[in-house]
Design a protein around this ligand. Structure first.
Ligand code: NAG
Ligand code: NAG
Ligand code: NAG
Ligand code: NAG
Ligand code: NAG
Ligand code: NAG
Ligand code: NAG
Ligand code: NAG
Ligand code: NAG
Length: 439
């Protein structure tokens, strides 16, 4: 039997599932969104671009025939920054073998990852390749991020798409986040940006209350959008038209653990969204690079979005704007007058010459561009003082400060996916065996 899951990309269309044929009932159509028929591919492969050595190692420690221990082996990070599984120490020879030696006691203690009241004889450890603090992993390199990134192929610019309107293929990493409330109503919330075929970065405040209260749980991510009022986005005179939108359901959301929804300072305003099905990279859907180096001089930032904050609507067409950086000390003093304090994990930009920092959606990227026109996310649109108020810079989450966290979480997601895949495969095998036995 072939199981198919059908869902409607336009959630305001009624979807009828009949013999794997999908009927869209467009009584309440939102242009630009289409019905689609999707095979059940929940276990889609994530790019497991961990170094081969690491992968090989993981096969060994998580002995994949041992379903029981794999089922409970959550991903973790070792004291020296390897991403691996949390398993009983008896299943971790690299630590078990040195358990009696005092020399390794501190490392083993730091490796513990189990619950507080666990079996003290066979407690859980985050089992990496090493047993000392010196061997800091270099396997967590940047290979988890897709290459190329930050590249766009604009087809129209200047005269026609002048001013603040983005061109059709401009900023193809801009994502829109769809929420679904308890009554099944779906609405768009914040923006975000694609950094991997299955991962979108957004602001933590876009996920937490009050967003959650207003819109419900984040439900899906839409890429490839330009004009939200047209079904297919085209250049004037229809010379070129964009591909249909791509949408993928959300499987996992990770809000930065130090984000405090009640703090007005909005530190750590960052979250990662993992989707079930990989986005396909096209001219209209591309990943953005992350700004990882801290020694770049930045003269200009760029933001994009539909001019929508968490609560209000504005433009139907994707907008863009460049913003000047704002001196940290000046910004600090300015915000202090409102009892707000910014720290080193935040960036100030805009607020000069009447430039409206509200043009960018919450959760969208604060971008920089290098000489080769490669775009990087330097920040995430976090908060501002009012909207379009002159002399009040916008505050952005400093992406560079969080690159380590992003990588760690991405690798953990990779391990969880791999685990789920193995378990699924084993279960299938098991079922087949039972079926045969019953015959
Ligand atoms: C579409 O919706 C209308 C009104 O809700 C209903 O009468 C009609 O049968 C539906 N069409 C299909 C193909 O489901
Ligand atoms: C679904 O799977 C079938 C057969 O496995 C394939 O032919 C078809 O193209 C798939 N459809 C989509 C939308 O991926
Ligand atoms: C994994 O196990 C195989 C077979 O036991 C061994 O040859 C290989 O060296 C191990 N790999 C690592 C990285 O430990
Ligand atoms: C893996 O499982 C096999 C069979 O159950 C067992 O013989 C072997 O010792 C296990 N290896 C590890 C590293 O746990
Ligand atoms: C780990 O560190 C020790 C001591 O610094 C070194 O001798 C050893 O070669 C390292 N092992 C690996 C696999 O890098
Ligand atoms: C462009 O195509 C759309 C949809 O196919 C159509 O509605 C519109 O009238 C066309 N515009 C022009 C200028 O041809
Ligand atoms: C934020 O404040 C609300 C209401 O005072 C409270 O219920 C909630 O637990 C607080 N959240 C955190 C993370 O402290
Ligand atoms: C952002 O963070 C990086 C790394 O922590 C730091 O070097 C850089 O100066 C910060 N940017 C701003 C504008 O504060
Ligand atoms: C970019 O171009 C400017 C001016 O042409 C030059 O000074 C700068 O070094 C270049 N930056 C890089 C990263 O190549």
């Amino acid at each position: 039997m072939q199981v198919k899951s059908v869902f409607c990309v336009n959630f305001l269309l009624a979807c009828v599932y009949s013999n794997s044929n999908l009927n869209c009932n467009s009584s309440e159509s939102i242009p630009g969104l289409e019905c689609s028929n999707e095979n059940n591919t929940d276990s889609d492969e994530i790019n497991t671009d961990v170094s081969l050595e690491h992968k090989d190692f993981l096969e060994n420690i998580s002995n994949i025939t041992d379903t029981q221990s794999l089922r409970f082996a959550t991903p973790c990070e070792t004291p020296n920054l390897e991403i691996t599984y949390c398993v009983e120490i008896s299943k971790c020879p690299v630590l078990q073998n040195v358990r009696k030696s005092k020399k390794y006691a501190a490392y083993i203690e730091a490796s513990r990852c189990g619950p507080k009241l666990e079996n003290q004889n066979d407690f859980k450890v985050c089992c990496g390749r090493f047993n000392n603090f010196r061997n800091v992993s270099n396997s967590i390199d940047n290979s988890i991020f897709p290459k190329p990134c930050g590249v766009q192929k604009i087809i129209m610019r200047g005269r026609i798409y002048g001013g603040t309107t983005a061109a059709l293929k401009e900023y193809p990493w801009m994502a829109r986040i769809l929420h679904k409330n308890s009554r099944g109503r779906k609405t768009y919330g914040c923006a975000g940006f694609l950094i991997h075929a299955r991962i979108v970065v957004t602001a933590a405040h876009c996920i937490q209350t009050p967003t959650r209260k207003i819109r419900g749980e984040p439900y899906a991510v839409v890429l490839g959008e330009h004009d939200i009022t047209t079904k297919i986005d085209c250049t004037p005179r229809n010379i070129t038209c964009a591909d249909p939108l791509q949408q993928s359901r959300i499987s996992n959301v990770i809000v930065h653990p130090k984000y405090d929804e009640n703090s007005t300072n909005h530190y750590n305003d960052i979250a990662l969204i993992q989707v079930k099905k990989s986005f396909k990279f096209t001219d209209y859907v591309q990943p953005l690079c992350l700004h990882t180096s801290s020694d770049t001089t930045i003269n200009k930032y760029y933001i994009s979005g539909w001019g929508k904050t968490a609560t209000e609507e504005a433009s139907s067409v994707k907008l863009k704007l460049d913003l000047p950086p704002v001196d940290k000390a000046v910004c600090y003093d300015k915000l202090l007058t409102l009892n707000l304090e910014i720290d080193e994990t935040q960036i100030c930009a805009g607020g000069e010459d009447g430039k409206d920092s509200c043009t960018g959606d919450s959760g969208g990227p604060l971008m920089i561009r290098d000489n080769d026109s490669i775009h990087y996310a330097a920040g995430i649109v976090s908060y501002g003082i009012g909207c379009g108020l002159k002399n009040w810079p916008g505050i952005y989450t400093n992406v560079t400060s969080f690159v380590g966290w992003i990588k760690t979480e991405m690798l953990k997601m990779t391990l969880s996916d791999r685990q789920a895949r193995i378990l699924k495969k084993q279960q299938k095998k098991h079922e087949e065996k039972n079926e045969r036995a019953n015959l």
